[in-house]
Design a protein around this ligand. Structure first.
Ligand code: PA5
Length: 449
């Protein structure tokens, strides 16, 4: 059963049915390439069948480890960067709240670290951990990424200083390659429980592996439901007819707009709890499509908040540059009824008896019309509510749409060669052994030698 519906009727002045149909053969070809595993990056297609083929024994261990963590700590520290943290954080915030740590609950606080090199963030979190019981989930497919490796040094030391060697080993969980890498070796040496980032699943496609599932389960989210939703997407999004497959249609539309000169896709939500989901989407699309001088640059907004900041630009200068994809939930997690106030000083008594979700919906409709009027095409991806199954479906929907879209664009959607450039320079400037010859040259360029 479809859990997301693509509504493109408001964008018809910008992308006609004829234009979509003209792109359809390319989209179908791209989907066939994906299904047959004959395209670029075909050694990274494990996510395609993951909702049915996932490792059931490991899944049971994830649930067990989550129970252990819930019962034995106040704080879970999740260490990872990029695809090794965004998915978990996106799902936890979407399903629990962006204020998760401030909520009254029977699950641990969850803090994400190792996704920056900020000394302030690190020292702040160490202070937060004072006097608290902690567990650590370090997540790194390569096991060598600098940001999480630095954070893991620090938090491993903290765990080792707080607990006996035996107890410390029970509190650290490593999610990494099944056999190789420094993190795997260290985990085996120290006796940490390990979970696997499958060889054939890239970081940004890994949220439905242990990478995302362990922290998500610790937050008290039903990971069976999440996987069921993804499975339902796996089953529903197979049709080669664009009329019956919104994932295929969305991928086609993105490419029609790209070919018409649009360079930016803005993901919109009217729920702040989707802020990190937007961040996950940005990584997914940017790392998958932004290469060889091609690709739509993904940005995001939470409305109505951002209507009071970047809304001005979208309204009056966005038309040539961008289009909007709004993720719309028909029902909020919670609602609030507005009441009448004596004196009607703010003039809002006409809203008495109305729900806040009604007002939010009118803001959405008003914005849709205004931005369309301003020449910015608007698409809606509509779902019933923010529930685990719907989110699982949505994750799979976007992963598949991104892969198809990348193949239509003519890029390898599963590599990210450009990520290496800054690392190379950073290592040289830091004086890492092996980078000596580059150091001097770079320092000269920066004018710091
Ligand atoms: O999508 C990707 O592959 C990247 O964002 C990685 O997830 C990120 O660079 C972290 O890599 P690793 O898990 O090897 O530490």
């Amino acid at each position: 059963m479809e859990k997301i519906k693509l509504i493109n009727k408001y964008a018809e002045p910008f992308v006609s049915e004829n234009e979509i149909m003209a792109m359809a053969p390319k989209a179908v070809e791209a989907m066939k390439t994906l299904h047959s595993g004959t395209g670029a990056g075909n050694d990274f297609l494990g996510w395609v069948t993951l909702p049915t083929d996932y490792d059931k024994e490991e899944f049971a261990r994830i649930k067990k480890a989550a129970e252990y963590i819930k019962g034995n700590c106040d704080i879970l520290i999740v260490i990872g960067i990029g695809g090794s943290y965004l998915g978990a954080r996106a799902v936890i915030e979407a399903l629990k709240s962006c204020n998760y740590n401030a909520l009254a609950k029977d699950t641990p606080q969850i803090y994400f670290i190792g996704n920056t090199i900020s000394p302030s963030m690190l020292t702040e979190l160490l202070k937060i951990c004072e006097g608290k019981d902690i567990c650590v989930n370090v997540i790194s497919k390569s096991g060598t990424t600098t940001e999480p490796a630095i954070a893991f040094r620090v938090f491993r030391d903290l765990v080792n200083s707080k607990y006996s060697k035996e107890e410390a080993a029970k509190r650290i969980f490593a999610t990494t390659d099944k056999a190789k890498g420094t993190l795997k070796s260290l985990a085996d040496e120290e006796g940490y429980e390990t979970f696997v980032v499958p060889d054939n699943v890239g970081g940004r496609y890994s949220v439905l592996t242990a990478v995302g599932l362990l922290p998500i389960a610790v937050a008290g989210i039903d990971i069976d439901e999440l996987m069921n939703g993804a499975k339902s997407a796996q089953d529903s999004l197979m049709s080669e007819s664009i009329a019956d497959n919104d994932c295929l249609k969305y991928a086609a539309i993105r490419n029609v707009l790209y070919n018409k000169g649009k360079r930016l896709e803005c993901f919109i939500s009217y729920e702040p709890c989707m802020t990190m989901f937007n961040e996950w989407l940005k990584q997914l699309f940017a790392e998958s499509e932004g290469k060889d001088g091609k690709g739509l640059y993904p940005v995001s907004c939470v409305f109505s908040t951002d209507l009071h900041s970047v809304g001005q630009f979208i309204q009056e200068s966005g038309s040539d540059l961008m289009f909007e994809t709004c993720i719309k939930f028909n029902n909020p997690l919670d609602d609030f009824i507005l009441t009448e106030q004596e004196g009607n000083i703010d003039g809002l008594n006409f809203l008495a008896g109305k729900t806040l979700s009604y007002v939010n919906e009118k803001a959405r409709q008003g914005t849709l019309l205004a931005h369309t009027e301003g020449g910015v095409a608007n698409f809606i991806l509509e779902s019933d509510n923010i529930a685990a199954a719907n989110l699982g479906y949505m994750i799979y929907f976007f992963e598949k749409a991104c892969a198809i879209s990348g193949y239509i664009l003519g890029v390898n959607p599963f590599n990210q060669p450009g990520v290496e450039s800054y690392k190379k320079n950073m290592f040289a400037l830091l004086g890492k052994p092996g980078y000596e010859s580059e150091k001097e040259k770079l320092e000269k360029e920066l004018g710091i030698c």
